[in-house]
Ligand binder design. Sequence first.
Ligand code: AVI
Length: 327
Amino acid sequence: LYDLSQADDAAVIVEENLNLAVEIDHGLSADLKFISSKFLYDDTGSSIFRKIMQMKEYYPTACEFEILSLQSAQIIDSLNFGRPFNIVEFGAGDGIKTRQLLKKLLETGIDFTYVPIDISEQALADLQENMIEALPELKMKPLAGDYFSMFHAISDAATPNLFLFLGSNIGNYPAEAASELLSSFYAAMSSGDKLLIGFDLQKNPKVIRNAYDDPHGITKAFNLNLLTRINRELQANFQVSQFDFYCHYDPISGEVKSYLVSLVAQKVWIQALGKEFSFQQNELIWTELSQKYTFEQINSLAKENGFIVNHNFLDCRHYFTDSLWEK
Ligand code: AVI
């Protein structure tokens, strides 16, 4: 598909970069340029995201921490598995929030195995180290990879599963893709399996705007890191200082959209694609959608994809819900 003959040894694309190459080519060739937000999470991006989660403006983390700290007992009561089970967490990140739930489960003496799944091997190694230190008795089977390849590795019909999809990660998928993802979760789950899924709720628009348009520039660095990643992995020559970050919350649609903005008219060469891309002054690259939900939307997402909503666990400000669904 791509002419690699010009690439020198150091520039040979490893297999995992082929996917990046194909998608970047597609996104930067579109009329409204875009880069999928899944590429935000290389090791540097995952570590910047951990800084985002520590910002006071980024309320979803504190909300979910509160839910999992104060309502773990109620969540555990709603599980009703009655035998050993797995807790399978997608996009586990640093696991600090999940630790609250795991700690409570261990105190209760319930038999379970924690299976964190993350794209970033570094994030997973850090998570494992932190978990072992905080909860030495925890049974843990970490898996590095994307969601789908992992379904097969964990499916064992005899052991029930609680799937965790926290942090409103679902909000990063456009409506159709979110529904497809949930239906593939459903297909991989056995009857009686549960899914605890985080949704960021619609609220005062200023609160939402401040969480993304943060005054520290951390979210800006998170987005600009995409260009640094493309420079490194696809041997491109983006001048990162020639791009800015812009984001916007639309309270009518519930969408936060994030963009990179080309500050000048410029051309960028991507060696791995053997191609040059032109950017006009102020041209946008769409990098992320962060959807905010109403309860009506949450209920219909569950229903459309075959799930029963068992319960919504809310923080005290009603900013966020961890919704417990059952197959
Ligand atoms: C991971 N995800 C749910 C975050 C969000 O809120 O959309 C990623 C993020 N982007 C900017 N800040 C945080």
